[in-house]
Ligand binder design. Structure first.
Ligand SMILES: O=CC(=O)O
Length: 306
């Protein structure tokens, strides 16, 4: 398959870059002065685009690659892929579900533990005694009860936390308490975790009202997407003490992080690294490659979104 043109939209981890380069005719978009320059020189050679959370695939890209037959994103989220355009052109899109679920759920718990137990800024031994609230037993509300939401719930259950959730539909088999309304979920939660897909409907699902309902002792954890949370409102709520704290892996305008968030004491931040473990990045890369190979061989795709 060495002749198959595969375009990477941005730098990714070394393993996926090496594996793609071994198997296909790999084009790295960032080595070209512009997309237009790339498309003029190589547009007709491209059979697949590999995207990531950093750089997705827009309608112009899809329209400029006449032989494109698959878009495969090295991520579970696909909010930065123009699905409407892909559907219109009959181009399938794949993502990397399941393989990263554990890592993202682990990070959600790590952020919560870090905030509650102030691990990340624990007092020096000889400073005044400083007590923190405990995580065990706190009421946890989860927005989104998909694979990742469920994995977070299982972990939080092990801490003795009662679990409630909001999602598009009731997941009766989960056995957790369902809220049709995020505001009510927040009011009854001490920790609110955002774990849903980013869509038009879930943009700013955590707004001022939700933050106020969570309250001055409440903790917000976001391992979903930055735009799920109204960030200026988050900064105000944290600064004014209307919200207890926030653990954030994602931000509204990545890779930028609001200056105010960096200065706040009741905040723990990680730079969108929810799936960045060695094992998971390899499994994600292998899944991207397996989808590309299936597409090139005319076989069924492993993890199609459309
Ligand atoms: O954010 C990470 C992903 O969507 O995989």
């Amino acid at each position: 398959m060495e002749s198959m043109g595969v375009l990477m939209t941005c730098p990714m981890h070394s393993y996926i870059q090496e594996q793609l380069a071994k198997r296909f005719n790999l084009f790295k978009l960032w080595h070209f002065p512009s997309f237009v320059a790339f498309a003029q020189a190589h547009g007709t050679s491209v059979r697949a685009v590999v995207a990531s959370v950093k750089v997705g695939v827009d309608a112009t890209t899809i329209d400029s690659l006449p032989n494109l037959q698959i878009v495969s994103t090295y991520s579970v989220g696909y909010d930065n892929i123009d699905l409407r355009k892909c559907r219109e052109k009959g181009i399938p899109v794949t993502n990397t579900p399941d393989v990263l679920t554990d890592d993202v759920a682990d990070l959600a718990i790590a952020l919560a533990l870090s905030l509650f137990c102030t691990i990340s800024h624990s007092p020096r031994r000889n400073s005044a005694p400083h007590l923190t609230p405990k995580l065990s037993g706190k009421a946890v509300g989860i927005i989104g009860m998909g694979r990742i939401g469920l994995a977070i719930a299982k972990r939080a259950e092990a801490f003795g936390c009662p679990i409630s959730y909001h999602s598009r539909s009731v997941k009766a088999e989960s056995g957790y308490r369902y809220y049709s309304n995020v505001l009510d979920l927040a009011a009854d939660s001490e920790v609110l975790v955002v774990a849903c897909t980013l869509t038009h409907e879930t943009r700013h699902i955590v707004n001022r009202g939700v933050m106020d309902a969570l309250g001055p002792k409440g903790i917000l954890i976001n391992i979903g997407r930055g735009p799920h949370v109204d960030e200026p409102e988050l900064v105000s709520a944290l600064t004014e003490g209307r919200l207890g704290g926030a653990g954030l892996d994602v931000f509204e305008k990545e890779p930028e992080v609001r200056e105010e968030l960096l200065r706040l004491e009741n905040v723990v931040l990680t730079p969108h690294v929810g799936s960045d473990t060695v094992e998971t990045c390899m499994a994600m890369a292998d899944l991207v490659i397996a989808n590309l190979e299936a597409s090139f061989l005319g076989k069924p795709l492993l993890t199609p979104i459309i």
